[in-house]
Design a binder for this molecule. Structure first.
Ligand code: PLP
Length: 384
């Protein structure tokens, strides 16, 4: 018999429904609104900056915390967009291998196996599975559609004597929820009462609707001292395959994260860091155009879902929409998503992928970060 090797830490972990739906979508030749691939063109500023860095042989390992130019550009951006003045780019910023690499480095650097990490659900699957891989114990605070409001009662009830961290994803995948100032003040109070680490995921900070303001949790109350702010570049610059993201945290948190990042992957891809450093020079109009583009796509998909009898929970931010498919009459969200794929040739993700219990069974998620003609065809198929 061939030797068997599979670590205990993978027990119970499987490929996500998102990957499975992508495969099913390929099988039927459908349009993939399941996975958040974001296949829009990369801004020329970013693309050409990376090409130049490769041509000029700026291709060696960088510092584990990233190249200085990029960290300086990030510090300026954090002051401009997030209200973080006086960030020290040499000690408080770490460039990472995607927001995913940032999350993995943070949980390995700052938490121990057996520690509880509180996730608001619907959650993003990598937060759960990344936490499990690191040996953490997931705990859940279930937020009810369509408001997904956080209340003190719910939050307190979700905390146990194991809880060491809370994960806040705003704007959230899959719900599009953006945490309000009041909710963040509540998290500030509870986190200091229970001495919790707060890990934020703000990868969709630039994709917001109706001029709603993105509030970085670390800008509220005393959260800066106990927060690891994770930002991404995959979505803003449509470079999901470049694998770049970053962390902002006070030195006492940022330095262990840099060490864990170094031990896990040494550094993020250097020439691509140069490209992104250029990208931070993009004018404000770049972000405004991106928002207008997504706002148009949001109304296209929400309109189509409404006409197809799948009530959309209109997102406040990010580029996903959860739709209530209970009227289709399926017992599970998986059956509903497979039916939509087989009948309409449009892939979505079952809502059950985002909840620990059965709260997602009446929901499916569509991603609208695709080129407009592709989205128009998908909308046509859904309503036909
Ligand atoms: N965080 C959230 C909430 C996401 O939705 C995604 C991608 O879908 C990621 C992180 C992945 O980010 P990155 O490509 O920077 O690893």
């Amino acid at each position: 018999m061939a030797p068997q090797f599979r670590a205990q830490r993978l027990a119970g972990l499987v490929q996500s429904d998102i990957r499975r739906m992508t495969r099913e979508c390929d099988r039927v030749g459908g349009i993939n609104l399941g996975q958040g691939v974001c296949d829009l063109p990369t801004p020329p500023l970013v693309r050409d900056g990376a090409i130049r860095a490769i041509q000029e042989q700026r291709s060696l390992y960088s510092y584990p915390e990233g190249i200085a130019e990029l960290r300086e550009a990030i510090a300026a951006k954090l002051a401009r967009d997030n209200g973080f003045e006086n960030v020290d780019p040499s000690k408080e910023i770490v460039v990472t291998v995607g927001a995913t690499g940032a999350f993995m480095a943070a949980v390995h650097a700052l938490l121990d196996p057996g520690d509880g990490i509180l996730l608001f659900e619907p959650y993003y699957g990598y937060h759960l599975n990344g936490a499990l891989l690191a040996g953490l114990v997931p705990e859940y605070c279930t937020l009810a559609a369509p408001e997904f409001a956080v209340t003190e009662e719910k939050l307190r009830a979700a905390i146990s004597d194991k809880t060491r961290a809370i994960c806040v994803c705003t704007p959230a995948n899959p719900s599009g929820k953006m945490f309000s100032r009041g909710e963040l003040e509540l998290i500030d109070r509870i986190a200091s009462e229970f001495d919790l680490l707060v890990i934020t995921d703000e990868i969709y900070e630039s994709i917001t609707y109706e001029d709603r303001e993105h509030i970085s949790p670390a800008s509220v109350g005393s959260l800066a001292d106990r927060s690891v702010t994770i930002m991404g570049l995959s979505k803003t610059f449509s470079i999901t395959g470049w694998r770049l993201g970053y962390v902002y945290a006070k030195e006492a948190l940022a330095q262990p994260i840099a060490l864990a990042g170094d031990l896990l992957v040494v550094c993020a891809p250097t020439p691509l860091q140069h490209g992104v450093a250029e990208g931070f020079r993009a004018p404000v109009s770049f972000y405004e155009e991106m928002r207008a583009d997504y706002a148009k796509k949001r109304s296209m998909i929400c309109g189509a879902l409404e006409s197809a009898g799948m009530k959309p929970i209109v997102p406040q931010g990010a580029y996903y929409v959860l739709a209530d498919v209970s009227s289709l009459g399926f017992a599970t969200a998986k059956e509903a998503a497979m039916h939509i794929l087989e009948e309409r040739k449009v892939a979505s993700v079952p809502g059950s992928s985002f909840y620990s219990g059965d709260s997602g069974e009446g929901l499916v998620r569509f991603c609208f970060a695709v080129e407009e003609p592709v989205l128009a065809e998908a909308c046509d198929r859904l309503t036909r």
